[in-house]
Design a protein. Structure first.
Length: 53
């Protein structure tokens, strides 16, 4: 089994805000893979490991 990605806590924190910000909204719906990849990219998480499509 490969190790996967190791990222600094600060980078995980940059991801957590936008990733979970709307989860409790009444009309929440799952994001598209494109939107999820954009959020990952904006948090600085790029490369093959973070590709969802």
């Amino acid at each position: 089994m490969s190790k996967g990605a190791v990222v600094p806590l600060e980078q995980v924190w940059r991801l957590a805000g936008p990733w979970y910000a709307d989860r409790l909204d009444e009309h929440w719906s799952p994001r598209t893979p494109e939107t999820m990849e954009r959020i990952l990219r904006e948090a600085g998480l790029t490369g093959e490991f973070w590709r969802l499509r």
